[in-house]
Write a protein that binds this ligand. Structure first.
Ligand code: SF4
Length: 213
């Protein structure tokens, strides 16, 4: 990893931070447990839709035991607006059962234990660690994966490899903010099909050969 690439990466993150000062984690939560639930629900679903559902869900189910005790059909109905709600109901109940059985009902504060939970992969685990616990981590979602390749920070479709590359290229203290602003840039400007390169604040720093003014 060259020093030049590292320097450019920091410049990109600073420029995006200036461009999106309001950027934040868009899933609503008030605890690590709530963010864990919201992130499981958010797979292949919009954050807006998840927030609509969790606004009432979090009032009804407040801890892992309440999901374990919930009637499966009733919980399915509670999250029916979410894509794959039947599978996700199973996922929530199973992850919560593990939290109760293996972790005393608390959300683990390390990735090795988090990814033992059903329906929790590295992306979900890192999002919880970074946003709810203040532990440096990078969650590689579809936006971060795409932009990391366009920026020249990584050359892989494998999220684990991209995560490792980002952790190497960016200083630890920037991981959280970089994660958020890169997600926002991907969501609002550097879109998958038609990136808005003519409006892009990091056009000159982007290494993607397909970029166009
Ligand atoms: S120049 Fe285009 S491809 Fe590069 S980061 Fe900006 S929007 Fe994305």
């Amino acid at each position: 990893m060259s020093q030049e690439l590292r320097k450019k990466a920091i410049e990109i993150v600073s420029a995006l931070d200036n461009c999106y000062p309001e950027a934040h984690q868009e899933l609503n939560f008030s605890s690590a447990f709530e963010l864990l639930i919201a992130t499981i629900l958010a797979a292949q679903c919009t954050d807006v839709r998840v927030n609509e559902v969790t606004a009432t869900l979090f009032k009804k189910y407040s801890d892992p035991q309440s999901y374990v005790d919930a009637d499966q059909t009733e919980l399915e109905q509670d999250i029916r607006m979410i894509s794959f709600y039947r599978n996700k109901t199973k996922g929530l109940k199973s992850a919560c059962q593990m939290l109760v059985d293996d972790f005393g009902g608390a959300v683990p504060d390390n990735i090795d234990d988090l990814i033992k939970l059903s329906y929790v992969g590295r992306k979900t685990a890192n999002i919880v660690l970074s946003n709810a616990m203040g532990i440096p981590a990078i969650g590689v979602d579809t936006h971060v994966l795409r932009l990391s390749n366009r920026f020249g920070w990584a050359a892989s479709d494998n999220p684990d490899k991209v995560e490792a590359a980002l952790c190497e290229i960016l200083p630890k203290e920037k991981w959280h903010r970089a994660n958020i602003v890169v997600q926002w840039h991907g969501r609002y400007t550097c879109k998958a099909k038609k990136p808005l390169c003519s409006e892009c604040t990091v056009f000159d720093l982007c290494l993607w050969e397909g970029k166009q003014r």
